[in-house]
Design a protein around this ligand. Structure first.
Ligand code: PGA
Length: 249
């Protein structure tokens, strides 16, 4: 079963989310694709209400690295769960760069998410500078090790690693298929070294970064790719439902 995760980023008000879901719901009827919609936190409750009884799951885009208390403006894992989220994105590159989230904070967030029974979409990816300096392997390895530090192997069942090269996000550029394949293999190998061979084989990995209606099939067909994380191409419900119809599971 392929996972398709739709990251709305900071787009859509409550009424726009409502309109989006009303258009998407009648157009989505696949039971071989697990679709996770990640609207802004302000729309989780309305989305949860509208998606009730459907196959579509709900995810949040971020959570606090503290459980509760003095964190003005933050939203806790418990609050997200309470609004109906069953997934949460952690460590997106926009948060790593703009909000200076480091490996330690990301590790704390992952642990808090798991404690609140939220499945984690854990984002990793190299920057263009890392790529040009041929540091991709080193960077991905360090991000995985920092993010998953101290977790028990069975907790990996609730983690999906999203491989998103920073330079591919929103740029219209994607890595070559063989580059995606080699990063996926490296991710599996790192998880195997840190946990076990079985964990390396089992861990779910999705690809994200400029996925669109044209490239979604060639990328999702890759052996080690368990799904896709989609930003820009998910924002129009009609266009996105076409992608969801076309993508091979
Ligand atoms: P994009 O974004 O599909 O617009 O490149 C993906 C993401 O940031 O998760």
């Amino acid at each position: 079963m392929k996972k398709i995760i739709a990251n709305f980023k900071m787009n859509k008000t409550n009424s726009q989310v409502k309109e989006y879901i009303m258009k998407l719901l009648p157009r989505f009827d696949r039971d071989d694709v697990e679709l996770v919609l990640c609207p802004p936190a302000t729309s989780l409750s309305i989305a949860n209400f509208l998606l009730d009884g459907s196959l579509i799951k709900l995810g949040a885009q971020n959570l606090s690295d503290e459980e509760e208390g003095k964190n003005t403006g933050d939203i806790s894992g418990e609050m997200l769960k309470d609004c109906g989220a069953s997934y949460v994105i952690v460590g997106h590159s926009e948060r790593r760069t703009k909000f200076r989230e480091n490996g330690k904070a990301i590790n704390k967030k992952i642990k808090i998410a798991l404690k609140n029974r939220l499945k984690v979409i854990f984002c990793i990816g190299e920057s263009l500078t890392d790529k040009n300096l041929q540091k991709t392997q080193e960077v991905l390895k360090a991000q995985i090790e920092d993010g998953l530090k101290g977790l028990y192997e069975n907790e990996l069942d609730n983690i999906i690693i999203a491989y998103e090269p920073v330079w591919a996000i929103g740029s219209g550029k994607t890595p070559l298929l063989k580059e995606i394949e080699s990063s996926m293999k490296l991710i599996r190998k790192t998880v195997a070294n840190d946990f076990s061979n079985k964990a390396g084989e089992k861990i779910e990995i999705v690809y994200g970064g400029s996925v669109d209606n044209k490239n979604c099939n060639s990328i999702s067909k890759l052996k080690d790719v368990n799904g896709l994380l989609i930003g820009g191409a998910c924002l129009d419900p009609i266009n996105f439902s076409q992608l969801l119809r076309d993508v091979k599971a």
